[in-house]
Design a protein around this ligand. Structure first.
Ligand SMILES: [Zn+2]
Ligand SMILES: [Zn+2]
Length: 255
């Protein structure tokens, strides 16, 4: 282990991993972690949407300044999220736990390894979902049967992120897990990747373009983010990558 990763571990990653290890062992951890992270990331945007009519300053950050989701839009999203996590995510993660019990390492990963694996997993996830997404728009039966439900909200908001068919949720979960497994990522890296992935997907649907939004922090227009994905929701025929722009540039679908 290099000196830099050793010191970063001693300062931050090792205590974090020591703390996480006790929770990670629980069979309920994956589903509780997935749902609390998702709802926790959505909550600030739900509050902003509720405050929006009384805080005119928020208007300049709204992609659609005259849109605010109603309770009739928010509640079905929340209900579907809880239903799918209980009915699908929990049994699948439980089965995975029973079939391949983890021997959790004692040592945390080094910081460079963690960052490198998270970036590779994001790039792979982006490519896999780009292919899935393009296919589900190009084949009408696939669109109608599996992806149309996500496009029910043409103006998106945070809680619409996981308004998905069970097949789309399963596919996203599969892409999320397959890369970390193939790369042999440390369990702490897997957790960090899940958190980053959930945050980026919620930000994509939030409807807010802040000065600190990810697409403003990544240089050279490499990252599409919220503005990019919002155009996908309103136009259907462009911007199929969830995060980065290179696949849409290559296939001529970037708008
Ligand atoms: Zn789509
Ligand atoms: Zn979307």
């Amino acid at each position: 282990m290099s000196n830099s990763s050793c010191s970063s571990n001693q300062l931050f990653l090792q205590p974090l991993w020591d703390l996480s290890r006790t929770f990670v062992q629980s069979a309920f951890f994956p589903v509780i972690f997935a749902i609390t992270t998702y709802v926790g990331f959505c909550l600030p945007f739900v509050v902003l949407d509720a405050l929006y009519p009384w805080v005119p300053a928020l208007r300049r950050y709204k992609i659609h300044p005259d849109f605010s989701p109603s309770a009739g839009q928010l509640l079905p999203c929340l209900k579907l999220t809880f239903y799918q996590h209980v009915m699908f995510v929990f049994p699948v993660t439980l089965l995975h736990r029973v079939c391949s019990p983890d021997n959790l390492p004692l040592d945390a990963p080094g910081l460079p390894e963690l960052v490198c694996h998270v970036v590779i997993c994001l790039l792979l996830f982006d490519a896999e979902f780009f292919a899935w997404h393009l296919l589900h728009h190009k084949v009408p039966w696939l669109y109608r049967t599996f992806h149309k439900v996500h496009h029910q909200n043409s103006l998106s908001f945070a809680l619409a992120t996981q308004y998905l068919s069970a097949w789309e949720l399963f596919s996203l979960g599969f892409f999320d897990m397959v890369n970390v497994t193939l790369l042999g990522c440390h369990p702490l890296t897997v957790l960090v990747f899940h958190v980053v992935n959930i945050w980026l997907s919620v930000e994509d649907h939030s409807g807010y373009d802040f000065p600190w939004s990810t697409h403003r922090l990544v240089p050279f227009g490499w990252y599409g983010g919220v503005v990019h994905h919002d155009l996908h929701h309103s136009h259907f025929t462009c911007n199929f990558s969830p995060y980065f722009t290179h696949w849409d540039k290559l296939l001529g679908t970037l708008r």
